[in-house]
Design a protein around this ligand. Structure first.
Ligand code: NDP
Ligand code: ZN
Length: 351
């Protein structure tokens, strides 16, 4: 089928309208007409080739919500007309210990998991194209159900930003009453505040941008602290049980480690390439865990969608048209500029 969308042929070029073919749904696959797609900072990293692994042309987007238009043979969970979502993965072996444990993102099968874009489709071997498009075809195991109470545009960011912060809170056992710090309040960070509060934590937001403080308190943060103010940071020394750090660039982790309590867990979900050099001494002397975490499994993604619906949690979004994509990427590159998540209204693709 012919599909339209936005993609780029090189790291230094803007995204432009593209047209390409997607294979018709095979057995076990559904065809989804995409209504909305969130814009994650990872989309920017990938199109700019920050990770050095981008296959061009690159068509990003992994916070996808839409409507099932066709269900292939043997599809059992979804029918035409269902409102559904697709996150960062579209396939995995389903058989390795990680997949069996519901951690498909760490699939140790022969091909690892297939990412929604810039992944290798099995068995064809072709590059996957993501959600900045009119339609996508996905095997049903990787399709999520959007709960009744969630608007489509608001559900989209939960499929990456939401699950990425929820997974480490659950996996590392964030407990009611514990102090959670969230570093960097953008797409992931603001969802970490909302979800952390829903899980009963005391939440402290660490931001470079105190001009966002009012809004951040509106997300439920108990305190908003300037990460650039050494005195304010020193006040929190040794007091944080868990930190979700979403900073997307190389940074000095030492001031963040100093906030952690004995046995605390500082989880990096943002920058994946490098940190500035730091002393492990404070980790050693306080048995602090420095950890990382990659998105979350499919069952848990459904769980966080349902949790958000149950708690009335919606991301703070600004809906944009397809023509605005390059402007939004430029905003993300500059460091956020006060917006938390942009979501593309895909009905504007034809404009
Ligand atoms: P955003 O751009 O929406 O938010 C990042 C926030 O970090 C900004 O709002 C800003 O917060 C802070 N920040 C931005 N630039 C800088 C800088 N130069 N120095 C210090 N702080 C900065 O990004 P997302 O939330 O979409 O993504 C964050 C990171 O997480 C990205 O690197 C992305 O690739 C990664 N990611 C990882 C996933 C995983 O599975 N581990 C999944 C999805 C994304 P403030 O103004 O409050 O300081
Ligand atoms: Zn993402």
């Amino acid at each position: 089928m012919k599909v339209t969308g936005y993609g780029t042929t090189a790291a230094d070029r803007d995204l432009v309208p593209v047209t390409f073919d997607r294979a018709e749904p095979r057995a076990g696959e559904v065809e989804i007409e995409i209504t909305h797609c969130g814009m994650c900072h990872s989309d920017l990293h990938q199109v700019r080739d920050d990770w050095g692994n981008t296959i061009f042309p690159c068509v990003p987007g992994h916070e996808i919500v839409g409507v099932v238009r066709k269900a292939g043979r043997d599809v059992t969970k979804f029918a035409e007309g269902d409102r559904v979502g697709v996150g960062c993965m579209v396939d995995s072996c389903q058989d390795c210990p990680e997949c069996r444990a519901g951690d498909e993102q760490y699939c140790s099968g022969p091909h690892s998991c297939t990412m929604t874009y810039n992944g290798t489709k099995i068995p064809s071997g072709i590059n996957t194209y993501g959600g900045y498009t009119s339609r996508i075809v996905v095997r049903e195991e990787f399709v999520l159900r959007i709960p009744e109470g969630l608007r489509s545009e608001a559900a989209a960011p939960i499929l990456c930003a939401g699950i990425t912060v929820y997974n480490p809170m659950k996996h590392f056992g964030l407990k009611t009453g514990q102090r959670l710090a969230v570093a960097g309040v953008g797409g992931l960070g603001h969802m970490a505040i909302k979800i952390g509060k829903a899980l009963g934590a005391e939440v402290i937001a660490l931001t470079r941008s105190l001009d966002k403080a009012e809004e951040i308190r509106g997300f439920g943060a108990d305190r908003v602290v300037s990460s650039q103010d050494p005195d304010a940071m020193a006040e929190l020394a040794g007091s944080v049980d868990m930190m979700i750090n979403t900073i997307p660039v190389a940074f000095d982790v030492a001031p963040y480690i100093s906030l952690m309590r004995h046995d605390g867990n500082l989880c990096i979900v943002g920058n994946m390439i490098e940190l500035e050099a730091f002393s492990p001494g404070p980790l050693v002397f306080n048995r602090i865990t420095l950890s990382g975490s990659l998105i979350g499994g499919i069952a848990e993604t459904q769980e966080v969608l349902d949790l958000c619906a149950a708690h009335g949690i919606e991301p703070a979004i600004e809906t944009v048209g397809a023509r605005d994509i390059n402007d939004v990427l430029a905003t993300l590159e500059k460091g956020g500029a006060g917006h938390f998540r942009h979501v593309i209204d895909m009905s504007t693709l034809a404009d």
